[in-house]
Ligand binder design. Sequence first.
Ligand SMILES: [Zn+2]
Length: 308
Amino acid sequence: MTTLIYSHKACLEHDPGSYHPESPDRLRAVLAQLSLPEFAEAERREAPRADLDEVARIHPRPFIEAILGAVPARGHAALDADTVLSPASGEAALRAVGAVCAAVDAVMAGEADNAFCAVRPPGHHAEPDRAMGFCLFNSVAIGAQRARQAHGLERVAVIDFDVHHGNGTQAAFDSEPRLFYASTHQYPLYPGTGGRDETGVGNIVNVPLRPGAGSSEFRRAFNEVILPALDDFRPDFLLISAGFDAHRADPLAQLMLVESDYAWVTEQLAACAARHCEGRLVSSLEGGYDLEALASSAAAHVRALMAA
Ligand SMILES: [Zn+2]
């Protein structure tokens, strides 16, 4: 039994522009770190391309076709001020979805204990009918629905420790009591959602953190709020929206986490998965914009997955 790492070269070719923080160098930095000898036992797999029926588990067909139709043959096409397409963007987004779905399948088949998807673009801001915040398709939300619809699982949880609130995942889940979404995030911050009073049908748990909050506030949020709620939910499968932009070095936000916080939260979530669902856990990369902090934090996360 092992940890799988999914990626695809198209995820390096999606390029929103030379001044954009969501750069191919992010994934290059993560993959370089994961190529170190300590990660040699993690099995590498190429992400398949998701077919459109898979994406349609969350996004309406006309939306999917509009996004793929907006991909430029050359140069760039902006969907909004933040969300920019290049010629490889459609392929990258479909490989990111494909990575999470293949990882869910592999873990369900018992081919591995858990998996990390080293992919971009990220997905957690993508609402069912709206791409935004660097995100095109909501890979983790799609993977959650795949676990239920293709594998017959009853309850699936997504935990999101990216510094931004996953408005897209919340929007996809908030009327479905068998899907659970919990997030820690800086507040106020983009995208402006994620207040404590946003609770869906009792299946959404938001813990906003003030700018400057660090390890103790983050761990308290998990120990006192998120982990107890997750235990009450009793997931049959756990997914993680793993953004590393709450690191103290990150230029896009003002939380103060360090690598050991990412190791800690990963250990807690793996232990929760062990309690409820035989350890079934799939994580996918979301944000993280300081290259060095991103790489070392993702390494801490994968190291903890491998030790689970
Ligand atoms: Zn983020």
